[in-house]
Design a binder for this molecule. Sequence first.
Ligand SMILES: Nc1ncnc2c1ncn2[C@@H]1O[C@H](COP(=O)(O)OP(=O)(O)OP(=O)(O)O)[C@@H](O)[C@H]1O
Ligand SMILES: [Mg+2]
Length: 688
Amino acid sequence: MTPCQESKHKDSIFVIHDETANLKVLLTILTEHGYAVHHANEGELRLQLQFVKHTLPDLVLVDVRMPGMDGYQVCASLKNDPLTRAIPVIFISSIDHSINQAKALLSGAVDYIAEPFDAEEVLWRVETHISLHRIRENLKSAVRKRTAQPVTTNEELEGALQEIRVLTQVTGRKHAEEKIREQEAELRQVLDLAPQHIVVLGPEGSHLYSNQAALNYYGLTLEQWRSYDARTLFHPDDCERMTSGGQIKVLGESPHDTEARLLRKDGKYRWFLIRRNPLRDGQGNITHWYIAATDVEDRKRADEERERLLANERAAFAETVAAQQRFRDLVNSVEGIVWEADVPSFQFLFISKQAERVLGYPVERWLSEPTFWKDHVHHDDREWALQFCQTATTEKRDHEFEYRVIAADGSVVWLRNLVTVVVEGDRVTRVRGLMVDLTNRKQAEEALRQAQLDLAHVNRVTTMGELTASLAHEVNQPIAATVTDANTCLRWLARDRPDVEEAREAASRVVKDATRAAEIISRIRLLFKKGAPQRELFEVNEAIREMIVLLRSEATRYSISVRTDLAPDLPRVMGDRVQLQQVLMNLMINGIDAMKEVNGTRELAIKSQRAENEQLLVSVSDTGVGLPQQAAQIFNAFFTTKAHGTGMGLRISRSIVESYGGRLWAGDNSPRGASFCFTLPAKVEEHE
Ligand SMILES: Nc1ncnc2c1ncn2[C@@H]1O[C@H](COP(=O)(O)OP(=O)(O)OP(=O)(O)O)[C@@H](O)[C@H]1O
Ligand SMILES: [Mg+2]
């Protein structure tokens, strides 16, 4: 209830003001509260003053500035006129400057209300000033009436004025308390709507007020809450920190935040962010604590979850780093050189430590020099190796090859490179692979090859040694013929009439036989000779014939006939002729050996022919004892059924044939004996 509602008077108010929305409300309120309101918003100053003089209102409300008029002038004019001087003037304006307020008071106004205004307050001020005006008028007339009497008037007057001041204060305080009560009620409503817990404590922590959200959470009424032991509100682990003597602890003097778990009515604890704020009076003493608690359980859960995910992620990252390190260690411990290179430059992007160990160049050089690989490939391999790699990479084919590299100490290192071509989308992005050091294997292979050559030579020499008698016989024959022919020649010449013609013929035979002997010796020498294998084109049939010549005596010695069936116009073969003759010799001697003891026909048949796939087929067949029971083992080293055999003949022969790219195998001969066949590729010659 406001003071205005109490008084049902007909006090009049003159308002000189532009009609704003705010003012309209005010006019309505003034009218509703029983004031007779006159309103003017235009016209000259003189006209306005006349209105006031005419109506003599109990109060004038005037705007500071209006179109064509100044509120201060209005006020000053009213105050200058004895008729209107006493009428209280209140300024009402949207200009809230203290300078304007001062000007207003100087011009004689009693009050200054700044817009936007509180209608209640305006009513209260209006009524106060009207009351003061009335009291003042009453006092004045009382004073006037008593002017003839000796008075203590000043004291009385002072007393009256004091009364007025008290009245003003009381009215103001009453109004203010009313306002506070209303605001408190309003505030409570707002607080009850808030989702946070809002609590008001006394300066020492006594429970004064809790909003509905908090009460609902605990399942308590306000009364219960006020007398509740705060320790039961908190989680046991937070209790000591948050409470003191059964009340919520208020720490220090400044606002502070903390987090704690509060017990919900269903028995579950939830995390809250608790913010404590002190409220101080004019002397700075704390009068209340305001506490707001916000449920952060979900955020906390989310934080924990995020922390957990982060921890997982960190662990995964650490694991990845460790795995990478393990992988790097593994790569560096691999016997081969692991590498990755860019295309088409073939510059290395990665190379494992093994590269340093194998070739002696530091890893940094491999990576920093754009043409490192090309520069260090052996010059004999450089062109083809590069070409081979480029072609395979362009065709997106994984590939492997063996080549030589010059090491830092100048030695030659054999490498086997296994290359994977990395294709992303449709594009070759890089190549990677493994280089394995083959130097030891290559050296071993070379040593083996040499050992085989040596062995083959020993085999040849041994076999030839066994044939010494036959070979001597074979050489002897033309030499004996030479001697005979030379004697004949001499005889023809020694006649009384030397027959020159006969002598010439005999001399020609000498030359022929001597040449034949020389040829045989040269062949024998070749077979004895030790040297690196040659690559030459030769006629297989010719090699066969020569070998027959050398072995003819041996065959004859054992009554063995030698038959040949050699296909004409055979393509020539590329390779070492002496090696091939060694094969023929081994097979023919084995055939002769097999027939030495047999009765019946002893025939060694040698046949040459074309076979499929550009191959030549040569067979050596005998009518001997046939293959032994362990026929499957005859090609094994050291397998022999002979008293003085080494068991190496067939083994060496097979490796020679295979080194040509051919095959050697054995079978039975019909009706008896054994047959050995071998093929040789003849393609090489046809391409030349
Ligand atoms: N034509 C053949 N007929 C029957 N058996 C044969 C024939 N050729 C080889 N063999 C059997 O194969 C074995 C191995 O022959 P190989 O030529 O390797 O050794 P070797 O002749 O016994 O001894 P080497 O040739 O070193 O003097 C022979 O001992 C023999 O048993
Ligand atoms: Mg043999």
